[in-house]
Design a protein around this ligand. Structure first.
Ligand SMILES: [Zn+2]
Ligand SMILES: [Zn+2]
Length: 353
């Protein structure tokens, strides 16, 4: 059995998103029904609906940065209760049996974790999973996270994707006091990386092409700003970074950044890069045992740790809260890189279809 809820969907790869009515499953034993209040707009939502990452099924409701209150719980739910403020991120199910799942790395599940939107839904045959631009969602309790009460819930939403995407590699590469950490790209991901790395006690350097982002990067918690098109400044910063977290969105020349790494430093990529058109100068890696690495969101345990850490340190995203009728304009502005730093939809404004 199912029930219906209001949502905003893409009908194809070209038209504007519009209001729609979608079905959600009735609660299974370990399900939580969430009244969604806020949904962040992630750049990957846009890539998905535009078909940039392959063909999608339509209609498609994007959104994997979800915050709301628990409205109902299944008979077997023990970890959440009605009224709790909770969040949902990029994944909503995994096999639970592979080595990765057994080690709290559901995001790297050998069988592939179920995505919050756009995947064939195993619990609602014939449907695809539909995401957070909606007023209600049903999620297995393990994939529902507790949101700290002291944080602005709208500004928490982007932590569920952008936050964990940056927090997890900072933790994995043991960022902390005594380390110099670069954050390349000061956007939706990068602004959170700066806040987290700063709170972890590292010396944080914002790496940006744009002089206009310098002041705001310092305000976010960067100790320094390095303008990457300033050849003299880049030369003076060679061999000094233990970790550079690259949130740069696409194909880019990594060589100038790898020159900045210290002995055994690591350049960690979290932006979605497909074809590389700039050849890597491998001697740059060999001579000082440097690494290039990648990282993809985080497991559920670590995502909860990220939210708890955000609560302790008062970290949320810098957002523009918008109504449902502004989503299409927001998409254009994200593509034009004209947002500081994340749009969040007030889902109460979603109209009836
Ligand atoms: Zn995302
Ligand atoms: Zn698994």
């Amino acid at each position: 059995m199912t029930f219906t809820t209001r949502a905003i969907a893409a009908q194809n790869t070209s038209d504007d998103l519009a209001a729609i009515t979608i079905e959600r499953r009735d609660l299974l034993e370990h399900d939580v029904r969430i009244d969604i209040e806020f949904a962040g707009i992630c750049h990957s939502d846009i890539h998905s609906v535009k078909g940039d990452w392959g063909p999608m099924h339509f209609p498609l409701v994007p959104g994997h940065e979800i915050v709301g209150h628990v409205a109902e719980i299944g008979a077997g739910v023990t970890t959440h209760k009605v009224g709790d403020l909770v969040g949902v991120g990029v994944i909503i199910k995994s096999c639970g049996e592979c080595e990765k799942c057994l080690n709290n790395l559901e995001n790297y599940c050998d069988k592939g974790a179920l995505l919050t939107f756009g995947d064939a839904d195993p619990d609602l045959p014939g449907h695809i999973t539909q995401g957070g631009y909606s007023q209600s969602i049903v999620i297995t309790e393990k994939f529902v996270l507790r949101v700290p009460a002291n944080l602005d819930p709208a500004a928490v939403a982007p932590l569920l994707c952008a936050g964990i995407t940056t927090f997890s590699p900072l933790r994995h590469w043991k960022v902390g006091p005594g380390m110099t950490v670069g954050v390349a790209g000061i956007g939706g991901l990068g602004h959170l990386a700066v806040k987290f790395a700063h709170a972890m006690g590292a010396h944080v350097v914002a790496l940006t092409t744009s002089e206009s982002k310098a002041a705001v990067a310092l305000k976010l918690g960067a100790d320094e700003v390095l303008i990457t098109k300033d050849a003299e400044a880049m030369k003076a910063s060679r061999d000094r970074f233990d970790v550079i977290l690259s949130t740069l969105p696409g194909d880019h020349d990594m060589n100038p950044y790898i020159k900045l790494l210290a002995f055994e430093g690591t350049y960690v990529v979290v932006g979605a890069i497909n074809d590389m058109t700039h050849p890597l100068a491998l001697p740059l890696l060999l001579g000082r045992r440097k690494s290039i690495a990648g990282s993809n969101i985080g497991g559920m345990k670590e995502t909860q740790e990220m939210l708890d850490f955000a609560g302790e340190h008062g970290i949320t995203a810098d957002i523009e809260l918008i109504n449902a009728d502004q989503v299409n304009d927001a998409y254009k502005r994200v593509v034009a890189n004209d947002v500081q730093f994340r749009f969040v939809i007030d889902t109460a404004t979603i109209p009836a279809a």
